[in-house]
Design a protein around this ligand. Structure first.
Ligand SMILES: Nc1ncnc2c1ncn2[C@@H]1O[C@H](COP(=O)(O)OP(=O)(O)OP(=O)(O)O)[C@@H](O)[C@H]1O
Ligand code: SF4
Ligand SMILES: [Mg+2]
Length: 322
């Protein structure tokens, strides 16, 4: 069995909008190995959720995806609707920022998790026992009682645990977590992250963790990719990127993180604005904000360059920074 689970190669995603197209993702390539936590970090609107939804084939009809998305060597875009539904049920799970959107308000959470378990032909009583086991696995306080509670009777952190339990019941090889802790306070956030790390350790689940919180990345991720305006600008092992950020955008982000509060460090704003993405013309999308920009940056795509087997970045001039 190969170590690699997911590979995106030259993925571009355009949304059809009223006045033309919006190029939300431009030529993005990365891979995720089994049993690792791969974080995608970037400001709001940089295309993180668009990438996640493209993997799950959950994008709306106005989205056009080119490039390839391979899961276990299978081209996900070529699968039939029935096949992709199977992949979503068994192989790839997704948890969202706001679990209330995904939970049904009229059923108890235990029943909803049990529904997921019963899809595998387990009977209801056995399924219920499994629900309680799962609630214990995810350290739900008072599992028997919580399984009988409705979503609105639970805190945000508990609801997120329910979503994780539901995913665990399917035991997916890949879990996509799209800002799973943004709506939670810092203590609960730490607990949810611990559960996510535990999934990796105990169940060998690969996790794609989407966040705009660099602190989370430092704490739990193995590798990280930085996105800016639909482009993947830098990628590497977490310690490489933190110790030696190279791309001017990554460096500005790191410099903007207050030292004392790095753990909680949300991305700070930096000068300038993200360009309108209505056309996918060549050129570096960071050029209008970049202190190193030269003429070439505005009309040619910068090359992907490697610092090591794992650390790469997309820029013409970055190594000149020191
Ligand atoms: N269905 C859609 N139709 C048109 N444009 C869209 C659609 N969904 C997203 N976009 C646009 O695509 C770009 C990327 O959005 P996306 O939601 O992927 O960003 P994000 O990085 O997940 O942001 P956030 O951190 O706020 O969740 C944005 O400019 C957004 O406005
Ligand atoms: S390619 Fe040019 S504009 Fe883009 S980050 Fe590098 S130096 Fe800056
Ligand atoms: Mg998003």
């Amino acid at each position: 069995m190969s170590e690699e689970l997911l590979r995106l190669e030259n993925v571009c995603i355009d949304y059809k909008v009223r006045d033309g197209y919006l190029s939300a993702v431009k030529d993005v390539s990365f891979h995720i190995n089994r049993s690792e936590i791969f974080a995608i970090v970037g400001e709001s609107g940089c295309g993180k959720s668009t990438v996640a939804h493209s993997i799950m084939r959950l994008l709306g009809k106005n989205a056009k995806v080119t490039g390839s998305i391979l899961f276990n060597g299978r081209d996900l875009q070529a699968l039939s609707d029935k096949e992709i539904t199977g992949v979503r049920g068994h192989d790839i799970g997704m948890i969202f920022q706001n679990p209330l959107d995904s939970l049904n308000p009229v059923y108890t959470t235990g029943n909803q998790v049990n529904e997921a378990i019963m899809l595998d032909g387990v009977d209801k009583l056995e399924g219920w026992k499994k629900v309680i086991e799962l609630y214990k696995d995810i350290k739900m306080p008072d599992p028997e009682k919580r399984a009988r509670a409705f979503p609105h009777e639970m805190s945000g952190g508990m609801r997120q645990r329910v979503m994780i339990a539901m995913m665990l019941s399917r035991n997916p090889a890949l879990l996509i977590a799209d800002e799973p802790t943004t709506a939670l306070d810092v203590t609960i956030e730490a607990q949810i992250l611990e559960i996510i790390s535990q999934l990796k350790r105990e169940f060998h689940t690969a996790i794609m963790l989407i966040t705009h919180n660099f602190g989370l990345v430092a704490e739990v991720a193995d590798r990280v990719a930085i996105m800016y305006a639909g482009e993947l600008v830098e990628e590497g092992n977490v310690y490489e990127v933190f110790a030696h950020p190279v791309h001017p955008y990554t460096r500005l982000l790191m410099a903007a993180l207050p030292r004392q509060t790095k753990r909680e460090g949300r991305l700070q704003t930096i000068d300038g604005t993200v360009p309108r993405l209505t056309e996918s013309k060549p050129g570096c999308r960071f050029a209008n904000r970049c202190p190193l920009a030269k003429e070439i940056c505005f009309d040619q795509d910068p090359p992907v360059r490697r610092l090591s087997g794992t650390h790469s970045f997309q820029c013409f001039f970055a190594e000149e920074v020191e």
